[in-house]
Write a protein that binds this ligand. Sequence first.
Ligand SMILES: *Cc1c(COP(=O)(O)O)cnc(C)c1O
Length: 423
Amino acid sequence: MEKKAFVTLEKAKEIAKDYPTPFILYDEKGIRENLEAIKKAFSWNKGYKEYFAVKACPNPFLMEIVKEYGFGSDCSSYTELMLSQKLGIVGDDIMFSSNDTPDEDYKYAGELDAIINLDDITHIEQVERVLGRLPEKMSCRFNPGGLFELSNGIMDNPGDSKYGMTEEQLYEAYKILKEKGVKRFGLHAFLASNTVTNDYYPKLAGILFELCIKIREITGVSLSFINLSGGVGIPYRPGEEPNDIIAIGEGVRKKFEEIMVPAGLSDVSIYTEMGRFVTGPYGALVTKAIHEKHIYKEYIGVDACAVNLMRPAMYGAYHHITVLGKEDEPLTHKYDVTGSLCENNDKFAIDRELPKIDNGDYLFIHDAGAHGYAMGYNYNGKLKCAEILLKEDGSYKLIRRAEKPSDYFATFDCFDDYKELAR
Ligand SMILES: *Cc1c(COP(=O)(O)O)cnc(C)c1O
């Protein structure tokens, strides 16, 4: 698929007059259309719910939009629970899928009556100790070990990942939970990340549906829901075929009719916890070229850095770049596009073919709508940028201001001498 910016140079300049670059810009229209499609794709399942993975994009204004579609939150930390509660997302609308979990987090999840998804069998005891009882509903996370492979070559290695329980532990866990009076049960697994193929969810669903039947046979537990978690990816590179969520929903339905319906399990709800797929393509880092340097390679320095979008530095991830206003110009130059951190991995692109870039040009770095702002940090004393929502009518709204030096120094406010920096 061709990568096209969802904003023009003129609009980007207009926004930058109010909110200087860099900023993350979100496309409300794109997000809404996508949410609508997700809802439609799984409408065949009566209890279907998407629990938006808050960690992908923890902005309350975007979470509010997701909530409008009847969806909940997938939280994995104390502050993510706080965000959800603030938005009135509580009870069965929160999936608490954490790992290596502190007592305080379980306590809070229990107070909000969230669905707790246990990463490990030892967490049964921990939750019981912290809450004084087990909640009525509980879910378990499965890790099949070994390798997980899809037909198009995508491979992940669950055997090397820290998450979930073995099959044997899973049976043991359900038996214990049942004995201890738990009434509603769920099953969860996350086996591959950023899959760009319509096969991932159907394949995972097949595995979990078979397992659901075995769980009933071995433990007598009937599951109420099966949670396919996240992992549905987006085409970061041009030429990649995007996932078709309608086809994915159909693929899961086929497996459901093949395996669940004949087993008398047609009442089981399907849940998802997508993050990247929900907001990823509908956010971009908009940044300005401020420096051109020629040494052994050609460099374009921009006013953003890895603090605003860490994926390239962290995983060498590809993020497509459009030079706004130069969409149709030939790709005559090969640049490294860099930020200003004193770290040589602070590069948004390496040896990227782009049109000639001049100082002052606006660069649109695609697919920063998930795991973008959210991963930010403050290395080198750099401050995190603003987040702005581009509305359907072309107007725009600040949904998080840029950090100021006083934010950076806020944690010194316990020292009288430094209070003035924190103001
Ligand atoms: C990260 C995560 C998700 C979301 O994953 P995406 O790839 O962004 O869809 C969902 N569930 C859990 C438990 C996660 O850790």
